[in-house]
Structure formats: C-alpha cells, structure tokens
Design a protein around this ligand. Sequence first.
Ligand code: NAD
Length: 793
Amino acid sequence: MSIAKILESMDYGPAPESGKDADRWLTDHGRAFGNFINGKWSKPSAARSFETRNPATGSVLATITQSDARDVNRAVKSAKVAQTQWAARSGHERAKVLYALARLMQKHARLFAVLETLDNGKPIRESRDIDIPLVARHFYHHAGWAQLQSTEFPDHAPVGVVGQIVPWNFPLLMLAWKIAPAIAAGNAVVLKPAELTSLTALRFAVLCIEAGVPAGVINIITGDGRVGELIVDHADVNKIAFTGSTEVGRIIRQRTAGSGKKLSLELGGKSPFIVFEDADIDGAIEGLVDAIWLNQGEVCCAGSRLLVQEGIEKTFIAKLKARMATLRVGDPMDKCIDIGAIVDKSQVKQIAERVAAGIAEGATLFQAKTKLPSKGCFYPPTLLSDVHPSMSVVQDEIFGPVLVSMTFRTPDEAVELANNTRYGLAASIWSENINLALDIAPAVKAGVVWVNCTNQFDAAVGFGGYRESGVGREGGGEGMLEYLVPAFEKSTVTPPKTKPKMSAPAAKVNTSGIDRTSKLYIGGKQVRPDGGYSLSVCGPDGSAIGLVGGGNRKDIRNAVEAATKAGGWAKATAHLRAQILYYTAENLSARSSEFIDRLRQMTGVSAKQAEREVESSISRLFSYGAWADKFEGTVHAPPLRGVALAMKEPVGIIGMGCPEETPLLGFVSMMAPAIAMGNRTVLIPSNAHPLAATDFYQVLDTSDVPAGVVNIVTGDKTSLMQTLAEHEMVDGVWSFGSAIDGEIIERGSARSIKRTWVRDETDQNLYDPKQGEGREFLRQATEVKNIWIPYGE
Ligand code: NAD
C-alpha cells in the first residue's frame, strides 16, 4: 500500500508479534508436557494426554497430561512434606524467593505474554501490558507480606496444603493471585490450570526452579475438572482456593462441607456499568469499551450490563455503536487488534446460543459490521437492547463480548436495577458529580466499585464478590488472611469445668391452657411459635425448669423478614451502635443476679462460675461497644492517580447457631460483633440451655436495640440452622456448635453461596479474649468493598 493510500484510509497496517521464542520453548519441550511435582517434571504419557490449541488458528500447540489420582496423591504428598519446612523458614527467607519470582517474571515478560496469547487468544497488547505486569506486581507485593508476616499477622499460622484451581480467562494472572499469597503465608500448593490454557502455568514451573522455590512448595498438575475433583476431595488438602464458574463453585462448596477445609471462591458476575446524565460521555464510552471488550468479554467482572440514564440514552447508544464499528477483531498476535480470539469453539457456541436465546426473548441485536478472520474462534462485539430485567441475557453471565443495555430514570432506580442480580462482583459508576457517585457506591452490592473508571486491579487492593460471585478476597491484607488461620496459643484462661450437653431438646409438649412458655423474639416482639409447639427445658438433674417455643421454618422466615426490614441498622452511625452496645451491657449488669440464678438453675454451675459468665458477657458487650467505631477501612494508594477506599461493610443478615455450653457468653459472643458492625441477626440459642437467651429479650427491649436487629428463635438447632443456611435472604451463617451443625450449614449455604463460619464448640474457650473476641470476629462480620476513585481533570 502506498503512503498516500495509507494517509487516505488512515487504516492500521498489521504489526505482528513474533511467536518464535515461545515456539522454540515448546519445541525444546518436545511439545509434550508432564506434571511438575516435587520440583521435577514427570514424563508425559501419550495414553493420558490431550491437545492444547491456539484458538486463533486451531493449530495444536502441545499435548498436556490428563492427571489421575496417583499424580494428585504424589503432588499432595510432596506439598505436605515441603510445607512444614517452608513454613519454618523466616518471612525474610520466603520473601527472597517471591522476589526472585517477580524479577524472573519481568525478565521473561515477553515470552510469557506471547505464550499466553497463543494459548488463550487474548490480544498481545493486553497480555503484554496488563496480565504479565500484574503477575509481577503480585509477586512483589506478596514478597512484602512474607517479609512482614510475623508483625502484621501475629497469632496466625499457614493453613497447610492448598489446592488451587483456576479458569482459562486470565491463566497466569489467576495463578499469581493464588500462588503468591499462599506461599508468602508459608503454605505449599497444588495448582491445576484450566485444561484449555495450561502452558503459562507450565512455563512458570521453570521459573520456580530458577527462583529456588524448594521442591514440593509449588506443584502444577494438569487436566480437566475430574482432576479438580480429586484435589478438592483429597484428605490432606487443608484449603481449596477456586476461581471459575458459580456452578462449579457450588459443587465444591458441597463436596467440602464438613471436611474442615478452608474455602475461598471467586466466581462469576454480571456487573452493572451505570452512566448518569452528567457523565463525561466520551470518557464513559471508552470505559465501556474497556469494561466489556477487554479480553473478549471473558472477564468475571466485565461491565456486561449497561444502565444508562434515560435522558442521554439516544446519544450514548449512537456514540457507542459508532465506536463499536471501529473495534478491530482479529489475530491476537497483531499489536493493533482490539479483540482477539475466544478461547475455544465450545465457548463461541455457548455465546452464540445465549445471544440467540436473548433475541428469541425479544432483545434487539446490534453487531458492527466488523470483519472477522475466516478461521479460528471469533465473535464480534455485540449489543443487545430492548431487554427487560428478567431476561436470561440480563441475568446470566455470557462470558463473551456481549453487552446488554437498559435505562433508568432516578439514582434509586439505578441502584435497584444494579442490584437486581444474584451476583455481586463489581460495578462501574460514571458521573461528574462525585457526591452522587459516592452515594451510589455503597448502595451497590458489589465487592469492587470503580468510579469513573473500570477494570482497575492491583495486588494491594482486595478483589472478590458478594452473593453468588463468591466468598473471600484476593489481594491485599484481606487476601493474605484467606491463607492463614488464627493460631491460638494454649489458652491460659481456665474454661468452665462442665461438659457441653449436646443432647437434642426434650420432647415436644403440646401446650394448652395457660401458656407459660418463653416465646420467640422476632421483630422486637415476643411471639408464639408458628407450630404451637413448645419444648421443655431441663435442669442439671433432669427436672423440667421451663418451656421454650419450638420454632419451625415459618418462624425462621418471619425472623429473616423482620431482619430484612431492619436494614436501617447498617446505615446507623458507628457511634450509635457503640452506645447501644454499652447500654445493653449496662442493662445486663443491672439484671446480673437474675442471670446468675438462671445459669445456675439451667447448668448447675457454681455461683462463682455463673457470676464469671455474666461478668464476661458484660465485658464482651463493652469490647464490641469499643470496636464499633474502631474496626475501620483503609485507603489504598494503587498505581493510578487516585485512591481505592477499602470500606468495611456489614455482611447483611447473619444466621447464628450458638454453642451449647456457656449459653449466655456464647450467645453474646456471637451477637455482639455482628451487630457492632451493622449486621442483623437471627440467633438459635443453645438447645440444652436456651433460657439465658430468652431472658435476654428484656435486656434488648430496654437497650434501644431496634426491632429486627436481633431475632431469637428457639427450637431444634440443627434443623433451624439448615433452614437459615438455605434461606436466599440470609447472607452469612455462623455455627459455634457441633461438627454436624457445621457440615449442615456449609452444605446448605452452597445453594446461594453464602459466607459461613464454623467453629467446633469443643475447640474454643470463649472466656479467653484471644479466642472469644476480637478482630477475627469482626472480620467475619464484615465484607471489604473497594471503591476506586481516580482524581485530576
Ligand atoms: P469452570 O468453572 O468451568 O472451570 C474452572 C476450573 O475448574 C477449571 O480449571 C476446571 O478444570 C475446573 N473444574 C471444572 N469442574 C470441576 C469440578 N467439578 N471440581 C473441581 N474443579 C473443576 O470455569 P471456566 O469456564 O474455566 O471459567 C469461567 C468462569 O470463571 C466464569 O464464570 C468467570 O466469571 C469465572 N471467573 C471468576 C473470576 C473471579 O475472580 N471472580 C476470575 C476469572 C474467572
């Protein structure tokens, strides 16, 4: 083409990246890979292998091992042996290894970028400028956490062996998000890359050898979901860290229920991109291009739901369509390409089917007349309008370059539409009115909110979602805590001598005549149980000392409804919450002799012991009165001109199964941190000794605790906990009781993916402030939302 013609068309010429070095590495490896276990490569076996292809051309890049149970066993065994020695090294020793990985990643950045693009299909511009620099940044950042571990995470120990399973959309970046914090904290890992994109993980194994990662600390094994299942089920794996679809996350939650394995899940999303009338429209259009067409839209936090204010809809959509026409789809190795190849044929098919379903439901399709390559897996940038909130294309993640567009009139309507999803990963808000944007940001249910920007990531800023987008955070201090467990020193505080009574409640008694039963406490009122049943409560000698309501599913539903109506508590000032907790303590103190008598009557403890339990409960309420305005967020300074505010938000409605023993202290130790952080609670008291909790109604009534913030349902704890765990409106569930209750809530929580916190009653000494109160409780009672705010004109 002549220069004159180029100037006339202003078209880009091709700017191809060379695949030579990546090709050479694959050839040197015989284009066949075994696993990387205990610092060594296993021999590839033709009988147990599958092909990995370049999605842009369809050509085979290499063959990869489909691992089996023996491979998984070997990898876990080597990790288990290596972990003890790795954890015994000083933080500084570990930091040096992470630093070496970061440096080596930078030295081989181009090779990794090319290999990623060949294997995944993402534009080289993105793998080179986004994925790989962020990978290096993660290892640097976490080298720092290793160095500071003993001072920044005192009283914490590594979890042990961690099984890590990652998806195909950001193969090496997801590996870094998983491996860097895990090994920084002193764990050893067995990581499985996605079957479609294993190559950069295998190339990373080479870096591990060069960086001096001790054999067994990092093991990479390949294969499909069956290999993932083997890792999930392995008895010697102490934690599973999973990134992938909500569907598989749910399966993993169920399979690990009751196993004692720690779990973090980073799942799907359908994130809103909200544009207000006063937004910088051109800026928002560029933001939107980045939000939905980065990585072909195969991004968990893609801004795939456009919500645009009615007054600017026409202008905005017209500009958007014009911009879509300029997007170049093609060879991902071409540096001038905007949209590369979809990872696989099966994914192209899935996208096409979902779009077709949307059209069948009435959506209007717009696709720019972009020229697509004649072969390979490509899909054009797509806009679906005329959609309504219940359509599948609006509710379900498409995981491709497909945007749906809706309008709103008022800020309240924007929030309602934004939250009308089962996910809660990210949101992007565009307005030149910072007051408006910062008013909307806390109202949107999402773990990450970008104000006038989108798809910003940094190792220091936590990432993760609410609801069906998962549990846990990756990055920052909160991400490190996912790879640590509180390591309580042997308690120096003597626990009570009585043995926990784990017996089921006594037989149901059908009350008639005068009802002298302690009722349930729902919405600030004492109410009769729906079923009309009562349960007898026995003293230590087996004699009946009272009756409590036998709550059922309907009572739990009513309690959750009352808690839902008490949403204003989340917005109450920390000062007000503190005052109410102190006041509750004061009122408990005024009635302490009644509670002492009650504890003695129920449990048979000595007067001294009962007094100690009441005093400890008063002190605990004081502690959370103190914490209410002190467990605050952080301001991060990520590499952009701006800040990221890590805000601590309440989890929402938390269901709680109290311990059997220490019935008053157990109840208070669970309720107080939750309400201090703005949560609403539904508590199921001790089965055997519920009267301390039902006596507490009067304390709550006289302490200005708003109706619905604390709800108490007595009855069969296990079945009530199951109902709470399965309830769609409950956001978190805590069980401080039996292993069976723990398993039930973990299994039940899988349906709507909610946070769970299970502590075995026999392992805890709530009298010891180190075990019975403090930061871990507050952490469990909060979600971290990161709000990114750029500044400058
Ligand atoms: P996927 O769930 O199908 O697979 C993810 C990984 O899990 C793969 O390695 C796969 O082999 C493995 N796997 C499949 N079945 C398994 C099972 N039964 N047990 C254990 N492991 C199993 O997801 P995908 O299609 O590879 O990735 C796309 C999904 O990942 C999207 O939903 C996306 O939103 C999500 N994602 C989330 C984040 C996040 O941080 N929240 C980041 C990237 C991707």
